[in-house]
Design a protein around this ligand. Structure first.
Ligand code: UTP
Length: 414
């Protein structure tokens, strides 16, 4: 440990983060070891750059951005639908599809005590979000006769609570050996003056590195290898918080296969120029997403000859990738974006600081930054009422109440 400590002290001095050892002498032996390892793991150059970027203005070069072509599912001729469906189904039945649910988020807006997937949506059945998602896999198993492997990305913070919930609920009746958990990566949080924050127990305050962390963590945790060795060719990746997510969709899969593209994403018509969603586009000729924080007034309001928004294909975190695409993506690192968030931490005077206002920087990679690795991507426009019922906020829009209504309306029609 002495040797490590010397190395750590040098590093901290170099990067002006010496406060991280303020409580070292008071820590338990385990936490001493943990803290030293955490510090040795930190990419201080990266953290310094990320801090610098928090001060930079985000500028968008509108000249590099153009609308992306899409396929409107509701306008497809029946013959095309049949073709895509049968191609996709054949591959699904052959065991070539796996699904991944990104469940590493903190769900701060919902404010539920526990992983978001454990939230009871308030149906008569009192099913949790995880069970609602699992229902779609059970349906696929019963209809297509295939057990689709289900991978869940958790975070350090919610991994054991997630696994315990699955165990307690007997994996909702899905074969336990078809369900796999892997953890996403983390990055330290920074104070407004660029200092790495400490937890109440004196160790480094880390936070999940965003849904874009999925590629790196699939690679590091050998998830891609595992899939490959099991003959998986297509991987659907979706968020945990859409209770109408169609994780098994032969049409999207058949469409990608027919068009010979390595990835496909579902889009919805943006509700209006001001809706807070990212939209698919092409940037420098490659598939991309323009975030709502980034889009200019002019782009947000632009309409085509049919009166539709030119940048109107909302990205809803429902994407399908060929394994070759994931292999290519996981070789590149994605940029991190900063988010100013509320955080509790211990300051240099051993005071626990909590705040009602954002007070610290968290850094996240976004899944859609990976799209630019791909030459092309099929965008399939689907209907909001059929595929999108997000649970984001505790009340109001995109809340359990709105999601429950959408879920019930959809299932009434079946
Ligand atoms: P959100 O961007 O809505 O974030 O995640 P969140 O953490 O769930 O909620 P808030 O912003 O704190 O209220 C969209 C999807 O991406 C996953 C979430 O679990 C959700 O399925 N996600 C997000 C991760 O898996 N890891 C992350 O680091 C962030």
């Amino acid at each position: 440990m002495e040797e490590k400590l010397v190395k750590v002290k040098e590093l901290l001095k170099k990067y002006n983060q010496e406060h991280l050892l303020t409580y070292f002498d008071d820590l338990t032996p385990e936490n001493k070891e943990l803290l030293l390892n955490q510090i040795l793991d930190i990419d201080f150059e990266l953290m310094a750059n990320l801090y610098k970027n928090t001060k930079a203005e985000i500028e968008i070069d509108t000249n590099t951005i153009e609308p992306i072509p899409y396929v409107d599912k509701s306008k497809l001729p029946q013959a095309d639908l049949d073709l895509y469906y049968s191609k996709g189904l054949e591959a699904i039945k052959a065991g070539k599809l796996a699904v991944v649910t990104m469940a590493g988020g903190q769900g701060t807006r919902l404010g539920h005590n526990g992983p978001k997937g454990t939230f009871d949506l308030g149906l008569d059945s009192h099913k949790s979000i995880f069970e609602i998602l699992c229902d779609t896999l059970i349906l696929a198993k019963n209809t297509y006769g295939v057990t689709i492997p289900w991978y869940l990305m958790t975070s350090n913070e919610n991994n054991s609570a997630t696994i315990n919930f699955f165990e307690e609920h007997n994996f909702f009746g899905y074969p336990k050996d078809a369900v796999h958990f892997f953890k996403q990566g983390e990055l330290p949080m920074l104070s407004t003056d660029g200092k790495i924050l400490l937890n109440e127990n004196g160790t480094v305050k880390l936070a999940a590195n965003g849904h874009g962390g999925i590629f790196e963590s699939m690679f590091k945790n050998n998830v891609l290898e595992d899939m490959k060795s099991n003959g998986i060719e297509w991987i659907f990746i979706g968020g945990v918080d859409n209770v109408l997510v169609k994780m098994v969709d032969p049409i999207l899969m058949g469409l990608c296969m027919t068009k010979n593209t390595l990835a496909g994403g579902k889009s919805l018509v943006k509700a209006g120029p001001k809706e807070k969603v990212g939209v698919f586009c092409k940037r420098n000729g490659k598939p991309s997403v323009v975030e709502y924080t980034e889009i200019t007034e002019e782009m947000a309001n632009a309409r085509d000859e049919n009166g539709e928004l030119v940048f109107g294909e909302s990205h809803i975190l429902c994407n399908l990738f060929n394994i070759k695409a994931l292999e290519a993506i996981s070789k590149n690192s994605l940029p991190y974006h900063s988010a100013f968030k509320k955080a509790s931490y211990m300051d240099e005077n051993k005071q626990i600081i909590t705040s009602n206002q954002p007070n610290a920087y968290k850094f996240e990679a976004f899944i859609f930054d990976a799209f630019s690795t791909l030459d092309d991507m099929v965008i399939l426009r689907v209907k909001r009422e059929e595929e999108f019922a997000p649970v984001k906020n505790a009340t109001g829009t995109d809340s359990p109440e709105t999601a429950r209504e959408l879920y019930l309306n959809f299932h009434k029609k079946l």
